[in-house]
Design a protein. Structure first.
Length: 341
């Protein structure tokens, strides 16, 4: 994190600091965090798995029917017919190489629809993130959906030029792992349909997370900070099985990626959703989050969020209704206000 960026304290009394509500600094890594409040959703075994292997699955975080409604919305938003694969590969002009890559990867440029917010303000989803952070005062990331058809045609990964270093969709870290004290980052997905091996989707290397210090000691000083070079026989890459409505949370220090969809006519569909300690002292960031929700403008917290070029959200529907919990997760209401989540 740049030394020129001020670190804002989280609303929680816990010592979390961040400039952007994306990566955080704290005295202890999440894998070493000692719980101070009772677990809400995770079992003791779940929490041990989270700290040992860097990810955890929360079954039925939202109802399967809610997940199916989100899947229907993802099809409708893009003007694709779920029953006609011929519509899944529309010819289009790209605003940039990033725009093309996001199309290949299947990202859906919707951020503020009511169904998306219904997941964000679901109590079971929130409680799971409280468990991993040991912190109740959280903000939710304003992220999007993913609908990835078979990776052929203009969604083929071969359209993206390979690189030797840096980000790789197949396997990467979310933080710079060469730092002596890497920042902490948490990410998550909610499955909108049941996963099958041929659909691709989330994969990770939990054994590398478990043995990271051991592995790191054998690596050259100039190793890639975000792309691991590992023997997959020794450090297997796995794909956790998810069912519609399941939430998977992972630590930014676990190497992970998205396997290609090699099926004939199936899709991989998820909602990206994570929560981080709220930075209520960062007034500019708080205002931008609220404005994004109020006006349905594309969030600005991440440079890869582009918005739909043809028909932005603001031209389609109005702001989502928020519960009291949703207002606090957005930043519209302070966690210091009366009322408990």
């Amino acid at each position: 994190m740049s030394s020129e960026s001020p670190l804002f304290p989280a609303a929680s009394p816990l010592p979390y600091r961040s400039a952007d509500a994306d990566t955080y600094q704290a005295p202890a890594q999440l894998r070493d965090l000692a719980k101070t409040v009772p677990l809400r959703v995770l079992s003791a075994e779940d929490f041990a798995h989270w700290q040992t292997y860097g990810y955890v699955v929360v079954r039925e975080a939202i109802p399967a029917e809610s997940a199916r409604k989100l899947l229907d919305f993802a099809w409708e938003f893009q003007g694709l017919d779920p029953h006609d694969p011929g519509t899944w590969y529309p010819e289009r002009e790209y605003r940039s190489d990033l725009d093309r890559d996001l199309h290949v990867y299947g990202f859906v440029e919707a951020y503020q629809h009511q169904l998306i917010w219904d997941s964000r303000q679901a109590q079971r989803v929130y409680d799971a993130f409280v468990d991993v952070w040991d912190c109740a005062e959280l903000w939710v990331t304003l992220d999007r959906l993913n609908l990835n058809p078979p990776n052929v045609g203009n969604r083929s990964r071969e359209l993206i030029a390979p690189t030797e270093r840096g980000f790789d969709i197949d396997l990467h870290w979310d933080v710079d792992t060469t730092l002596a004290d890497p920042p902490q980052r948490v990410q998550g997905i909610i499955a909108l349909n049941d996963t099958e091996p041929e659909l691709g989707g989330f994969q990770c290397c939990p054994e590398l997370f478990r043995r990271f210090d051991e592995w790191k000691s054998t690596q050259p000083e100039d190793r890639d900070p975000i792309r691991p070079r590992v023997d997959r026989a020794e450090y297997p890459v796995i794909r956790p099985r998810l069912y519609a409505g399941d939430l998977l949370i992972w630590n930014g220090m676990v190497a992970h990626g998205v396997a290609p969809n090699t099926s004939a006519d199936g899709v991989r569909a998820v909602q990206y959703l994570a929560m981080m300690p709220a930075l209520e002292a960062h007034e500019e960031l708080r205002r931008s989050r609220v404005e994004s929700w109020r006006t349905l403008s594309t969030p600005t917290w991440n440079a890869t969020l582009l918005g739909d070029a043809a028909r932005p959200e603001a031209d389609r529907y109005g702001p989502a209704g928020l519960t009291e919990l949703g207002e606090k997760l957005l930043g519209l209401r302070s966690w210091n206000d009366a009322g408990e989540a």
